[in-house]
Each structure stands twice: as structure tokens, then as C-alpha cells.
Write a new protein. Structure first.
Length: 131
């Protein structure tokens, strides 16, 4: 499924269309419905709300431009994958803007080529594991 930033379903199929550059891959919780031309819905309204909060926070964060994949299979264990170099462990949607600012601060301190995992599940005790 390919959806716009507003959640409108643009494509449904097994293969991505040729012009897939610039798309961010999502792993999502159970989808309620995906009908071409209509907004994507989820089985749980709470999952839909969590995705909305995440996307709104990302719109205001420089982290947005680094993301290649988002795993939101569980709204309590949100993970962002950036530049094929690091994974950001967000946890749930609470304090999401603070978590994204903290993660970006860590990203800015990394040297080129460093890889690892940035854990900001608790924004007061975030940490980086290189590897």
C-alpha cells in the first residue's frame, strides 16, 4: 500500500511502482481498510491516533529527512530507521517531540560512518549504543 502524507491510499499492490524513490517504508499495525482514493484506516482507533501524533511530530523535526523506514507495528514500540546507519527506539508516543529532539542531538554528535542504536524511550535517560 502506498499512501500520501495525509493517509490517502494512492496504490495497492505487491510491487512498488517504478517511481518509488523518496517513499518512506512503514510497518503498521492491523489495517482496517485500504481503498484506493480513500484514507487508510486501522483496526484500532488508538493505532490511528498514535500514527497521527507521530507524523505530526515528524513534520516539525529535522529527523524526518533522515528516515528511510518506520516500524509502528506496536504503538508502544515505535522504531525509526535512518540513513541505513542507525535505529531510533522511540517507545510510545508520549513526549514524542522531546524524544525526536533528543535523538537528533545524538545524531548530530555522531561521526560520519558511525552506526548504532539510539534509545530515547525515556527522554531523560536516552543513550546511544554503537555497533
Amino acid at each position: 500500500i502506498v499512501a500520501s502524507e495525509s493517509g490517502k491510499v494512492l496504490y495497492i499492490g505487491e510491487e512498488l511502482p517504478d517511481e518509488h524513490l523518496g517513499l518512506v517504508s512503514f510497518s503498521l499495525p492491523a489495517v482496517g481498510s485500504a481503498i484506493f482514493g480513500y484514507p487508510l484506516t486501522f483496526s484500532s482507533g488508538a493505532d490511528e491516533k498514535a500514527l497521527s501524533v507521530l507524523l505530526d511530530a515528524l513534520d516539525e523535526s529535522p529527523v524526518k529527512d533522515l528516515i528511510s523506514r518506520i516500524d509502528m507495528t506496536s504503538r508502544f514500540d515505535i522504531r525509526l530507521f535512518c540513513d541505513d546507519r542507525f535505529e531510533i527506539l522511540i517507545g510510545d508516543k508520549s513526549d514524542i517531540q522531546m524524544k525526536l529532539r533528543f535523538a537528533y542531538g545524538i545524531i548530530e554528535s555522531l561521526k560520519n560512518g558511525e552506526r548504532g542504536q539510539i534509545n530515547v524511550k525515556d527522554p531523560e535517560k536516552g543513550y546511544l549504543t554503537l555497533g
